[in-house]
Design a protein around this ligand. Structure first.
Ligand SMILES: [Ca+2]
Length: 235
């Protein structure tokens, strides 16, 4: 006849909450000698998290190491103002729930979702540390969906070199509103109209209308502002 073995708790009672710290302690006790190359001492929380065991569930403020080592040339403040004539992605309700994602290198930032609106006003400011002028900022509009994956509503991209070049100029004595450069829409860029780099309120700014591609219609209005950072400081 089958004789059930006594429950584990009868011999070794498990205290609530005792299992996890003990397991973490074991991992830390056994892992370091197994590493073939010694890691540098943890001087920042990010490095400590990278050096730690990845299976330990912690909130991770993760920044890829390549980003941390590249000098930051400045920050680009991107105000995603509005979308115009975006495509209908929800056929049943004949509208869309659009939001904008910006990609720059390994960075990804996004706006809020504007529900049921193909002419949305976001007015959200997204900030990107700029490390490499040869890389464009890529933009994609998505339709937020509750039960299925979000659908693309078009892509675009823009260069950071025009505003960066203007930000290097000595504009202290320029009058407010001075236009520094005009970029015209051509086949190779995504501009839906002239883009102006200007000196406004003591800042170098650029307005952009981007025509979305891979989609039937839609454009997105952006206002860029260059934010200087202290030289040598990495973010
Ligand atoms: Ca939707």
């Amino acid at each position: 006849p089958y004789v059930p073995s006594p429950p584990a708790s009868a011999e070794s009672p498990i205290k609530p909450g005792a299992g996890r710290p003990a397991a973490v302690g074991r991992i830390h006790a056994t892992l370091p000698p197994a590493r073939s190359s010694p890691r540098p001492a943890c001087s920042a929380p990010i490095q400590c998290l990278e050096a730690g065991d990845s299976s330990v569930d912690k909130p991770v403020l993760y920044r890829p190491s390549a980003m941390a080592s590249e000098p930051v040339l400045g920050k680009l403040s991107v105000r995603v103002v509005r979308g115009h004539n975006l495509v209908v992605a929800d056929p049943l309700t004949h509208t869309s729930d659009p939001y904008v994602v910006l990609y720059y290198g390994s960075q990804k930032v996004k706006t809020s979702v504007q529900k049921k609106n193909v002419n949305p006003l976001w007015n959200d400011v997204l900030v990107l540390p700029v490390t490499n002028l040869t890389k464009p900022v890529k933009l994609e509009v998505f339709d937020a969906d509750t039960f299925t994956a979000d659908d693309s509503m078009g892509v675009a991209e823009f260069s950071v070199t025009d505003i960066y070049d203007a930000a290097k100029l000595d504009l202290k004595h320029a009058s407010d509103g001075t236009r520094i450069k005009t970029i015209y829409p051509v086949g190779a860029n995504y501009l839906g109209g002239e883009s102006h780099v200007s000196w406004k309120n003591g800042k170098v700014v650029q307005d952009l209308i981007l025509k979305l591609k891979n989609v039937d219609s839609g454009s997105v209005v952006l206002q860029l502002e260059w934010v200087h950072v202290v030289p040598g400081v990495t973010l």
